[in-house]
Each structure stands twice: as C-alpha cells, then as structure tokens.
Design a protein around this ligand. Structure first.
Ligand SMILES: [Zn+2]
Length: 419
C-alpha cells in the first residue's frame, strides 16, 4: 500500500514545482525602457564624464577581455614593378612565393609581439597587436590573387636619395593602382641601376608611405635579403598608414623613448648593448616590438569612421558571426569605439558601460539577462556601420527581475526597427 501513496506525493510535488517555476520572458526595448542616469549614480570606474573617443588609451586591448578587441585585417595587394625586359625585379613564381612569404613573415611579427628593449630595464607591458595583413584580389574574380606584374621602363625605378630621388613620386600608383579606395597597394620596385652602381648609395631594403600606397625597394638587388628580412619594412610602412610616427622623434607616445639611432643591432659593446631599439617605428635590425601606445593609436585610427585607412580593413563587422558572440559577466567600461562582429550579451550581474560608438553587425542583438545593466553615457552610439539594421536591445525578465538600460547625455541608438 505504501508505494502508490509515495508516487502520488511525488506527482503532486512535480506538478506544484512546475507551476511555481518562474518563466523567462523577453521583449525588445522601446523608448520607455531607457532610464535617465540618476544624479547620484555611482560610476563603476572613475573618469566617466570625460569624453574618451579621442583618447588612444581607450583603444589599447584589454587583455582580461581580449575578445572585446576583435582582430582587424588590413587588405593589401602587391605590385612587382619591372623594366620591359624584366631583368631588374622578381617575376612569376619567384615573386609569388616571395609575396606569400612576406605576408607570412609580417604576420608572424604581428601575431608574436615582442617586449620593448627601450628604455633599458623597462616594465612596459607586452600586449597583443590585434591586427593582421591579408592579400586581397578583386572581389568576384577567383583568378585575382592580389599579386600583379608591371613592365614599364618609365615608372619602374625607385631612387631613395640624391638629386634624382623620386620616393615621393606617385606616378606608378596612379598608373597601376588597383582598388585604391579599399585595398592598400604595395609596390615593390628596383633601385635604379645608376644608384646601385654608386658607392655612396645604399641599395638596402627601404620604403615610403604615400597615403594610399606603399613603395618598397631592395629585395631583388640584395640576394641576401629574403622576405623575412623585408617584413620589418612592410610592417613599418603600414604603421605609418595608421598614423604612427617615428619612435626616435616626438610621436605622442610616452612608452617609445626618444634616443639616437646609432645602434642598428644589439651587440656587446657600450651603448649598443643597452641603447638599441627593437621598435617597429625605429630603424633597426629587429623591428618586432609594438608598444601599448602604438597599438592603441593604430586601433583608434582603424575605428575612425571618416579615416581613409579604415577602408582598407575587411569590414568583418557587417555580417553576423555566431562564433564571435561577446558575453559580459563582470563590470566593464568601453571607453573607445568598437566594431563588434557578433551578438552581445550582458549576463546576470554583468555591468557594461558604453561611452563611445559601438557597431553591431546586421541582425545582431544586445541581450540583457535578468540582473544585467547596460549604461549608455557620454558619446555612446549604438549603430550598424554598413547601412543595415541590427535587431536592437532585448530585455529579459525572470521572476520580476529584468535587465536594465540607463542612458544619459547624447547617447544614441540607431539603425534598429521602429518600436
Ligand atoms: Zn618611417
């Protein structure tokens, strides 16, 4: 007789239990959901009133939340410029192999940033750089690998110094540039034979940045200069494109000390054992260290909507990527602009303050779990950066606890459906 009673009890408990389980509901936020910032609101981090969109420090990757700084990809193409009898530069497979190895070697340094050598004994943090280079052909043309060849006696030569110096001349760019608005064009040119013959001219690996293009010279004339030896020159010029100056001059960075450029390599003799730079924006053998300030400045430029250099980036923030969903579980402040590539969720207990522009991909949404807080303040602006719509902010409620939105000042939410 005991067994049926027991089963009945369990059944009742189950029914009661099910009846009492709170149900999670969700809806998209409308105008009424944006609470004004209370006067006595305690900011989780000091300094929230200061506009931070123009502060490079706001763009230095946060290593405790590295997924909040998605890796950016700079599209480049490579032009091998030669004379008409194709005798002064690499051609064919040799050039293609060199190009691929140059990209690989340049990305090797971008993936593996190195600790700064200057100042000697520094404790400057070693941070991930969070961008890479990628070869880009014309869209829709599977035959186009982004590597091009030109045979032209008139514009093929590069002269770095002397009365015939032509490094600032853009004729080769104007004549042969491809996708100049969206791809960074790199021209690899020969030094002029007259220059190479001169005892006072150094025909080493050199380069120049011309706004929407880079000219490099040197690898063909110097058989000992491999693609690996050329990676510093390419990375250096790309950094110029994204606004960095030379580290031995005034470059706006406190962590790249001014110094004389007398030591090219670290060797065991006074001065050059402790005074050699390995920074990407100095001239040195290594060129493999990016300082936190330099990384911040590059990402700041990449985030500026009106910057021509931003257009060289793969716009990975346009389409929704399910694998790049960001979940905020603790207290976080986004002081700089961001281009997200997936959904954004603030979990129960999470507190995200946005103070600048944040782009969401098409059809992405921000989800506020019960107990989550989203603060939009200062110059906060949520939008889609590709002319599309994103879904908006979904507020979840469980047992009378809801996600919360607090808004102040000029905070804006754009490119969402009318609600
Ligand atoms: Zn330079």
């Amino acid at each position: 007789m005991r067994k049926p009673i027991c089963n009945l009890y369990v059944l009742l408990l189950l029914i009661t239990g099910i009846a009492c389980t709170p149900k999670l509901t969700s809806r998209f936020a409308g105008k009424a959901d944006f609470e004004a910032l209370p006067e006595a609101y305690d900011a989780p981090v000091a300094g929230r009133q200061k506009s931070s969109c123009n502060d490079y420090e706001a763009y230095i990757p946060d290593t405790t939340h590295l997924d909040h700084t998605p890796v950016k990809y700079v599209r480049i193409n490579v032009h091998w410029v030669n004379n008409r009898d194709s005798s002064v530069n690499f051609v064919g497979e040799e050039a293609i192999e060199f190009t691929k190895l140059l990209l690989h070697a340049s990305n090797y340094n971008l993936i593996g940033n190195k600790k700064m050598w200057l100042p000697h004994g520094n404790d400057t943090p070693l941070l991930p750089i969070q961008y890479r280079l990628v070869l880009a052909g014309r869209p829709g043309d599977p035959e186009d690998d982004g590597i091009y060849f030109h045979f032209d006696d008139e514009v093929c030569y590069y002269v770095h110094k002397g009365k015939n110096a032509n490094l600032g001349n853009k004729r080769v760019v104007q004549k042969y540039g491809i996708q100049l608005d969206t791809v960074l064009n790199v021209f690899i040119m020969p030094h002029h034979p007259d220059s190479v013959a001169s005892k006072t001219y150094s025909a080493g690996i050199v380069g120049v940045m011309l706004g929407n293009a880079i000219k490099l010279a040197g690898p063909f004339e110097n058989l000992h200069l491999t693609a690996w030896n050329s990676r510093g020159a390419l990375n250096h010029e790309v950094c110029h494109v994204y606004g960095l100056g030379h580290a031995w001059l005034e470059d706006g960075c406190d962590d790249t000390p001014r110094h004389n450029q007398s030591c090219f390599n670290k060797v065991d003799r006074p001065e050059c054992d402790t005074m050699t730079s390995n920074n990407i924006m100095d001239y040195n053998f290594a060129q493999h260290a990016w300082s936190p300030c330099q990384i911040g400045k590059i990402h700041q430029r990449m985030s500026q909507e009106n910057s021509p250099a931003r257009r060289y980036l793969q716009p990975n923030w346009c389409e929704l990527h399910d694998d790049r969903h960001i979940i905020v579980r603790d207290t976080v402040v986004w002081r700089g602009a961001k281009d997200l590539e997936g959904h954004l969720t603030i979990a129960d207990g999470g507190h995200l303050t946005i103070q600048c522009r944040v782009a969401l991909p098409r059809d992405a949404k921000i989800t506020l779990e019960p107990g989550a807080t989203l603060v939009l303040e200062n110059n906060a602006r949520l939008h889609n950066a590709c002319g599309d719509q994103w879904q908006g902010i979904e507020i979840q409620t469980l047992d009378k606890r809801s996600g919360k939105i607090i808004r102040s000042g000029n905070a804006k939410v754009e490119n969402i459906p009318q609600r």
